[in-house]
Design a protein around this ligand. Structure first.
Ligand code: MGD
Ligand code: MGD
Ligand code: SF4
Ligand code: MO
Length: 692
């Protein structure tokens, strides 16, 4: 086995005492890089990008190149901790694994004996691994009969939109963006959050492609594109419909592709004809000419490719916006080319054997209620009722930091602070969420455990081998749930399956596991131009402009512009829109506590346009109060033309406890949900800003 770990041929400067172990970046990022970890005497000394893996191309982002700093951070939680102070105070004392586990099992069993649905597992993509994510954990909670979790916090509006339009979360192969002649970077700050796509976009740019960015913020990506359409948040569907209008009236259409491979054309055409550029521009806060120019470029350039990211779907009409945009390539026949079409997520390409990993059959006919993770604030505060079911009495949190990242923090915090709630948090660090735990259990990082991955920005499967032994008393999530199952007396053989075997099971014989063991990645067999001849994975086999499924749900079967819940300029009290997109050197709330990265991001900031700052007497560096009916958040102002007039940008999900007054941007966001997919509306949020 040790030879299979393999010395990478590209790493020729290794000392005899060093080895290189192949792994996968676990973070919630489209790029899912192939990692090479150099280990010396059992210590990981360097993590770098694998040059043999095409999408990674030997390069990692700034964050994960510091992965050893995070792994060996002096603040790592390395033994089980039991709360000694009030909830949220963050005071804990070390206990043995045995003491922690036996207390956890007795608390959970007592609740489960009465009402298993009062127990809620709460997890997200802190690791995207299929084993340390919802593998053994899902088996455990299915057997228990606990509540199910609707994992909506990030991408469910866009995911549902893709499914209703293209049939699944599928799209262009990312590598062919390098051959496109026009690229729309739509709701994506690629340099920050999709670096390896950006390298391909730059290659296209060097070969003469035009790059257009569509984003309310003048991001580092926007300023490197040829054009930037700085629209108001939540107006993307209006822009897409305005573009369609121009495609129709100028006949920049591929009639043959439309006739053969789409559904609902007549109805969409009629709708588009109501969206002249003047009307669309007024809603988007753009000039009509900008829409005409973009339509001409899009309608007359082939191949044309659209890279959407999840930024634009965090508003009320997010699903409709994604649907409207993903109709565009079928109108112009862009899908005919391998460098044409659109990509939001490729995750639907992966043939994951989910039932084998997660074992929903262990529910044995029970149908527990489902809790939406995006409304955890409200749901923790609900009493038992016929509609809701039992009050939530226990939470087991892993791979997520909801107290920092979930919307409307004041409610989330009140819920987590309930003294009658029993909370277990599996973590690397004492995060804002861990502060509210009854027990914190030390989890291994990606360098310390096995896992297997899919990706949402390319189409390769990756394997992660442990590079080092678990640090301190840390255990893989899978191992914690294996031991809980044993103590609960669960005897099914699936509860003793080891991680390497779970990795093998994830794709079964659809992937050659020996190839994964040897090179760390394996490509899926997937056509270069997946929809050149139609063949969409929808029920009709066509790109569905009109979706019967949505119409049956009582929704509009055609994409439309749905105004935000909180439309900029409509409230005298809260005249500014706030968006809170990712910070480049953090990954959601991960890495916020890594000193070298925190030093680059410095402190929580609010970008504000000079016009909005001047009328409020705000200068760069001033402490400002950002507030609405849901709460108040203080941070420093940064007067900057990265913000457009009327929109302020609060970058990154900082840990609350690192903020000026122990809060972050989510103090202001709401728990309302998107038009489809039941997702959160982080960027549909009005505020006022005052000098503090
Ligand atoms: N460095 C870094 N990388 C990350 C993350 C991170 O936190 N930091 N997060 C990861 C995660 S969880 C995800 S889901 C992915 C994708 O993460 P996303 O959150 O989609 O990240 P971005 O690509 O930065 O896209 C957000 C962009 O959308 C813009 N935006 C906001 N509202 C609107 C709107 O209404 N319309 C349009 N057109 N644009 C809008 C923002 O200004 C921002 O530039 O990235 C991942 N990668
Ligand atoms: N205002 C605002 N809020 C947002 C967003 C935004 O743009 N604006 N973005 C939203 C989006 S897109 C997302 S995806 C969510 C993401 O929010 P989260 O899912 O909470 O992601 P992270 O903040 O990265 O936190 C992941 C946590 O998992 C832990 N972790 C990582 N690996 C492991 C492991 O192997 N085992 C265990 N036990 N723990 C592990 C990490 O230490 C980290 O604390 O936030 C959302 N919140
Ligand atoms: S966070 Fe994204 S870009 Fe950075 S190493 Fe991981 S997958 Fe690659
Ligand atoms: Mo996300």
């Amino acid at each position: 086995m040790s030879s299979a770990i393999g010395i990478s041929p590209s790493v020729s400067l290794l000392k005899a005492s060093q080895q290189v172990v192949r792994g996968a970046c676990p973070h919630d990022c489209p790029d899912t890089c192939s990692l090479l970890t150099t280990v010396e005497n059992g210590v990981a000394i360097k993590v770098s990008g694998n040059p043999a893996h095409r999408p990674t191309d030997g390069v990692l982002c700034n964050k994960v190149s510091r992965y050893t700093e995070r792994t060996y951070h002096p603040d790592r939680v390395l033994q089980p901790l039991k709360r000694v102070g009030p909830k949220g105070a963050g005071r804990f004392e070390p206990v043995s694994w045995d003491e922690a586990m036996s207390d956890i099992v007795s608390r959970l069993s007592a609740i489960a004996a009465r009402e298993p649905q009062a127990i809620l597992p709460y997890s997200y993509a802190g690791t995207m691994g299929l084993v340390q994510g919802d593998g053994m954990a899902a088996r455990f909670f299915h057997k228990l009969g606990a509540s199910l979790l609707d994992r909506t916090i990030c991408s469910s509006a866009g995911g549902e939109a893709l499914t209703q339009t293209l049939g699944a979360k599928v799209g262009m192969k990312v590598e062919f963006f390098a051959e496109a002649k026009l690229i729309l970077v739509w709701g994506s700050n690629s340099i920050t959050s999709n670096l390896h796509f950006w390298r391909l976009a730059q290659e296209a740019k060097r070969k003469g492609a035009k790059l257009v960015c569509i984003d309310p913020r003048r991001t580092e990506t926007a300023e490197k594109c040829h054009e930037h359409l700085q629209l108001l948040p939540g107006t993307d569907a209006a822009l897409a419909l305005g573009l369609m209008h121009e495609l129709v009236v100028n006949d920049w259409l591929d009639h043959d592709y439309i006739a053969q491979h789409t559904k609902g054309w007549e109805a969409l055409r009629e709708r588009a004809l109501r969206w002249g550029p003047e009307r669309a521009a007024a809603i988007c806060g753009l000039a009509p000419e900008q829409i005409r120019t973009l339509a001409r470029d899009y309608g007359t350039t082939q191949p044309a490719a659209i890279r959407l990211n999840y930024g634009m779907q965090r508003v009320r009409g997010g699903g409709n916006a994604v649907r409207a945009i993903t109709c565009l390539p079928a109108l112009t026949g862009a899908w005919r080319h391998r460098a044409g079409g659109a990509l939001l997520s490729s995750s639907g390409t992966f043939p994951v054997n989910k039932a084998a990993l997660q074992r929903p059959d262990l529910l044995a006919g029970r149908t527990p209620r489902t809790i939406n993770m995006s409304t955890i604030g409200d749901d923790l505060l609900r009493a038992s009722s016929a509609a809701f079911g039992p009050r939530i009495e226990a939470l087991v949190v892993y791979n997520t930091n909801p107290v920092a990242v979930a919307p409307e923090s004041s409610k989330v915090v009140s819920g987590f602070a309930r003294e009658d709630l029993f909370t277990v948090v599996l973590e690397h660090f004492q995060t804002d969420t861990a502060d509210y735990a009854d027990y914190i259990l030390p989890a291994t990082t990606q360098l310390e455990h096995w896992d297997v991955h899919l990706a949402y920005g390319h189409t390769d499967v990756l394997l992660n081998r442990p590079a080092i032994a678990p640090i301190g008393q840390a255990k893989p999530n899978s191992q914690v749930f294996r031991e809980l199952a044993k103590r609960m007396g669960f005897t099914e053989p699936c509860f003793t399956q080891d991680d390497e075997n779970m990795c093998r099971m994830a794709y079964g014989d659809r992937i050659d596991f020996d190839v994964l063991l040897e090179q760390g990645f394996a490509s899926l067999n997937f056509p270069d131009a997946p929809f050149a001849q139609g063949g969409f994975p929808t029920a009709s086999g066509k790109c569905e402009f009109f979706s019967e499924a949505l119409a049956r749900q009582g929704l509009d079967g055609l994409p439309d512009h749905l105004p935000n819940y909180e439309v900029p300029g409509t409230s005298a009290l809260y005249p500014l829109a706030m968006i809170s997109p990712p910070a480049r050197n953090f990954l959601n709330s991960s890495f916020v506590n890594v000193p070298s990265l925190q030093a680059i991001e410095r402190e929580p900031l609010l970008e504000i346009h000079v016009n909005d700052a001047q009328t409020r007497g705000i200068v760069t560096g001033a402490v400002v109060r950002v507030f609405n009916d849901r709460g108040e958040y203080r941070c420093k102002a940064h007067v900057s033309d990265r913000a457009r007039p009327g929109v302020v940008n609060g970058l990154g999900v900082w840990w609350r406890k690192l903020g000026l007054d122990g809060t972050n941007v989510n103090q202001l966001t709401s728990q309302r949900l998107t038009d489809m997919g039941r997702g959160p509306v982080f960027y549909d949020c009005l505020v006022e800003v005052q000098a503090a």
